[in-house]
Design a protein. Structure first.
Length: 377
């Protein structure tokens, strides 16, 4: 199963909105065939592993697969049909299909055909690599995740705004690895004006990849500033979408669209983009996941509106010890420990001297917001 996971991860970032799946066929204690799902619309891992075997599975062969085989025809045919037709008599599965309409159905179909089915092998690892797909298929909406990088005392920049670099190279490489997975990245206007980021995934040994790049700019500050940021004029400009409101001005909208930059305009009384409607628009466009990388105001708003589902929290062994240094999040009135945000399904990684804690956000029953901390735009 660990080998099947390794294979599945070769599809990292290429299978949306489908999951990553790996499969291994074992005969006589040795690997006879292996495969993974490479891209959306392509053959599933189970069909590929059986096709590459070039002969009927031997008696006693075991098929290992990281995700419950599909039991509905879809575009490529039900994998349960292919397994039954091949004569496989034993199947070992990692994670159950998260789709409530299908969960467990594939197991029942295989067992009804007389096949031994073993489930839950390395289940947590198999499910974790498809955290975007799991959210998408179960809820019909994109996973909105946030990324923060902080000191031990919870600061993301000094009082002067200096933040390069709090975390080390290993942590920054890991961020690019996750960028490669998410179909889209989001940042606020302040981040674009201050850092002029490229917002691409640059992973060693892989070509530079560009997800959809969302720039939240409710009043078009990034266009009115004079010099246009690189994300509006580089070779990936067509992958950039400015998310704004009617307060941004139709002239700036036309200017961006003339450059080939996308613009999503939402009605808003405050000049702030309504994140629930942004999520709905992403769902309609079949964008399964968005990684919010900053700045702190955008992330804090996403939390305050209960629109952030998942958090990647990088932490460096650094202490500023300055009450005027900039915090990673704000705007909540946490008066008791019970009102604190918590993470569940927590996963931890060590990245050089830094660490990563990530998990799904659990919101308290009462989430008090200090609206005064959120300025327009």
């Amino acid at each position: 199963m660990r080998r099947a996971i390794e294979l599945a991860l070769r599809g990292w970032g290429n299978t949306h909105p489908n999951p990553m799946v790996g499969s291994v066929l074992e005969e006589g204690g040795a690997v006879a065939s292996e495969a993974f799902h490479e891209r959306d619309g392509g053959p599933h891992a189970e069909r590929l592993v059986l096709a590459s075997l070039m002969h009927n599975p031997q008696p006693g062969a075991t098929l290992y697969v990281t995700l419950e085989p599909c039991s509905t025809p879809g575009r490529t045919g039900a994998c349960t049909d292919a397994i039954i037709a091949a004569g496989v008599r034993r199947v070992v599965v990692g994670a159950t299909d998260p789709n409530p309409a299908h969960a467990g159905r594939g197991f029942a179909v295989l067992r009804a055909a007389g096949i031994e089915v073993v489930t839950g092998v390395l289940e947590a690892e198999c499910a974790d690599m498809n955290l975007i797909f799991n959210h998408w298929i179960a809820r019909g909406e994109p996973l909105l995740a946030g990324k923060i990088a902080a000191t031990l005392d919870g600061r993301m920049a000094t009082r002067t705004g200096d933040s390069k670099w709090i975390t080390g190279e290993a942590a920054r490489r890991d961020v690019h690895w996750w960028r490669r997975l998410f179909p889209a990245i989001a940042v606020g206007a302040g981040t674009v004006l201050t850092d002029n980021p490229r917002l691409t995934a640059r992973v060693e040994g892989e070509p530079e990849a560009c997800p959809v790049r969302f720039v939240f700019d409710g009043r078009m500050r990034t266009v009115a500033s004079g010099t246009l940021p690189g994300v509006y004029s580089d070779e990936f400009a067509a992958r950039t979408v400015v998310v704004t409101t009617q307060h941004g001005g139709e002239g700036y909208v036309r200017k961006l669209r003339a450059l080939g930059v996308g613009v999503w305009v939402f009605d808003s009384e405050t000049g702030r983009v309504p994140l629930a409607r942004f999520r709905a628009r992403c769902a309609a466009m079949k964008i399964a996941g968005v990684l919010f990388e900053g700045g702190p105001q955008l992330l804090s708003r996403a939390v305050s509106e209960r629109q952030l589902d998942y958090l990647f929290a990088y932490q460096a062994p650094v202490v500023f010890g300055d009450e005027r240094a900039k915090s990673v999040l704000g705007g909540l009135r946490t008066e008791t420990v019970a009102q604190a945000l918590r993470l569940e399904g927590v996963r931890r990684s060590t990245l050089g001297d830094d660490s990563l804690v990530r998990g799904r956000i659990v919101y308290p029953e009462r989430l008090q917001i200090d609206e005064a901390l959120f300025s327009l735009g």
